[in-house]
Design a protein around this ligand. Structure first.
Ligand code: GAL
Length: 353
């Protein structure tokens, strides 16, 4: 069997990562050059605080990834809704940029307004960053999207308006930017028992038209275009409680879509997570697709966790493997898992409650 130089390098880095965990157990502050992503563990930012980017979206600009999400910090003003922004060049280490949005009483909904699942699109023509969010009242009856804009990716976003996309009720939203740069909003519409994949207008300030409507009552909609096929992932409608998330495949965004299949063994309830986004990392050697899910803790939303895992995907199949610590090489696009001997060490080090 021939082993490439780059595979050898990656394996050495993998062992180094294992060693770094051993060091951290010894109480030193030694930091691995390459640290794994540990699904379900507390994920700390550059300040040592737990990342607050729930129901999040990722924007990839040049060599930087920006992670936006619901900021549910316990110390937040309960009358205000916040969106936080983090940046990273390796998808592992995240720098807190700021709370990019803080809104009070949007659309006169009062202090119990719901603002969830923020997604930011960058519009090259206008130079604006456009944030879409699910806006609702406490009973989830309003069912609208809201928009906020900024001139800088991590600047303060200004709330602009809310509306029902294409006149439809809209609750969970998802974000998809195709390889040709076209931007789409995925939104769940309960009265129609399905979800829309809808193209944004030129300035991204509205939804132009539905490209696809899939009649399946699903939410947490996420989409990826991988090797000529579109894969859609969604969760069933069980609120914060996890359920067996499913996927469908099509060679065209307009469909027809295949039947829905489970993305993980159904008894695991998607390994206790709910889909939020799928991202494709295209490197010099390969392309990897990462599942981004939320493990919600409704009574302590600030302590909700993230389940990020590379998917087994291709030829129309998609499977979320059992979560475990894993490494990504952002340059090559390769992912790897820790060797058996360092897994138990990393598991112990990762056990932070
Ligand atoms: C989930 C949804 C979350 C949140 C929650 C409230 O179904 O995906 O974003 O809205 O319900 O119960």
């Amino acid at each position: 069997m021939r082993i490439s130089k780059s595979a050898v390098r990656f394996n050495i880095r993998l062992l180094l990562a294992g060693c770094a965990f051993a060091c951290s157990i010894g109480g030193t502050t030694a930091r691995a050059q390459d640290e794994p992503i540990r699904p379900g563990s507390v994920w700390l930012d550059d300040r040592g605080k737990a990342i607050q980017a729930h129901g999040g979206g990722i924007l990839h600009l040049g060599s930087v990834y920006y992670w936006f999400g619901e900021d549910r910090s316990e110390e937040n003003d309960p009358k205000t809704r916040y969106v936080a922004c983090y940046s990273s060049t390796d998808l592992v280490h995240w720098r807190f940029r700021r709370q990019v949005l803080a809104v009070q009483n949007p659309e006169s909904l009062g202090t119990d307004a719901i603002l969830e699942r923020p997604k930011v699109f960058y519009n090259k023509k206008t130079g604006k960053f456009v944030m879409y969010m699910h806006l609702d009242d406490a009973k989830y009856k309003l069912a609208r999207v809201a928009i906020a804009i900024s001139n800088r990716v991590d600047g303060r976003y200004t709330y602009v308006k809310s509306f029902r996309p294409l006149g439809q009720e809209s609750r969970d939203i998802g974000q998809f930017v195709d390889d040709d740069g076209a931007a789409y909003l995925i939104f769940e519409s309960r009265p129609t028992h399905g979800f829309f994949i809808a193209k944004l207008t030129d300035d991204y300030m509205d939804v132009a038209n539905a490209v696809s409507f899939i009649k399946e009552p699903l939410e947490g909609g996420a989409l990826v275009h991988y090797k000529g096929l579109y894969y859609f992932v969604g969760s069933h409608l069980t609120g914060w409680r996890p359920n067996p998330n499913v996927y469908a495949v099509s060679s065209s965004l307009a469909g027809p879509w295949s039947e829905m299949k489970d993305i993980a063994p159904p008894e695991t309830n998607t390994f206790d997570s709910q889909s939020s986004m799928l991202i494709k990392v295209s490197g010099s050697r390969t392309e990897s697709v990462i599942y981004i899910g939320d493990r919600w803790k409704p009574a302590q939303l600030w302590d909700s966790r993230y389940v990020w895992m590379p998917l087994k995907i291709g030829d129309g199949g998609l499977q979320l493997p059992q979560p475990e610590p894993w490494l990504i090489d952002i340059k090559t696009g390769e992912v790897a898992f820790l060797p058996e001997e360092s897994k138990s060490i990393s598991g112990a080090a990762a056990e932070q409650k």
